[in-house]
Write a protein that binds this ligand. Structure first.
Ligand code: GLN
Length: 206
């Protein structure tokens, strides 16, 4: 894995948290701010933060078209929260001028969990991670998170909000389409490395 590098979209948001997880896994990473930063990366992480701000900066830095092209050419990508919004092909409750990259055939609603459960944490079942019995469960933090309202035929739904989480139970919160995956929650902020390991192993092929 020596020369392999993961890019982290570094326009705004939880950039360093993802870098820290990659450090823990011994994976080299580089911040992506400009089109040239995409050269030679093996995968891209799109962090959480504020999607409309990221959208503005993506347009300002002329990153939108190169990113779309890189994703269309098969660059593996993993978006968390605002990063998931950026990867969607349809976004509800966003600003009219916000752009998204259309890399996943899904409709995402911003800030979907409503005021009461605006931000919350819960354990999630994510069978693709193959967490063995007795291992610590996947603990997920949702912070003004989006959920997924519609998925296309090619989408694999990786996780739903559990029944125990009350009114949001059943909402789709993690998906995969080929080499692109997205989660509503933030594995990078709960000391979790297994979601990143899944991305690196199954989608990037490290
Ligand atoms: N609510 C944010 C947005 O719409 C996403 C929140 C997050 O990334 N934690 O961009």
């Amino acid at each position: 894995m020596a020369n392999e590098t993961i890019g982290i979209l570094a326009l705004q948001g939880n950039v360093d948290e993802h870098g820290y997880v990659l450090d823990q896994l011994g994976v080299a990473h580089r911040k992506v701010r400009l089109p040239r930063d995409l050269d030679g990366i093996d995968g891209l992480i799109l962090p959480g933060g504020e999607s409309t701000t990221m959208s503005k900066l993506m347009v300002f830095n002329e990153l939108e078209a190169p990113l779309r092209q890189a994703l269309a050419d098969g660059l593996p990508a993993f978006g968390t929260c605002a990063g998931m919004i950026l990867l969607a092909d349809e976004v509800l409750d966003t600003r009219p001028d916000a752009v998204s990259l259309g890399a996943v055939d899904m409709t995402v609603r911003r800030n979907a969990f409503g005021r009461q459960v605006d931000s919350f944490e819960t354990d999630l079942e994510m069978p693709a991670l193959r967490i063995a019995e007795g291992e610590k469960p996947l603990h997920a933090a949702f912070i003004r998170a989006p959920w997924i309202e519609r998925v296309g035929d090619e989408i694999e739904v990786l996780a739903h909000v559990p029944e125990s989480a009350g009114e949001a139970a059943g909402a789709m919160v993690a998906v995969r389409q080929g080499t692109v995956m997205a989660t509503s929650f933030h594995p990078e902020s709960t000391g979790e490395t297994r979601v990143h390991q899944f991305f690196l192993r199954e989608l990037v092929g490290f």
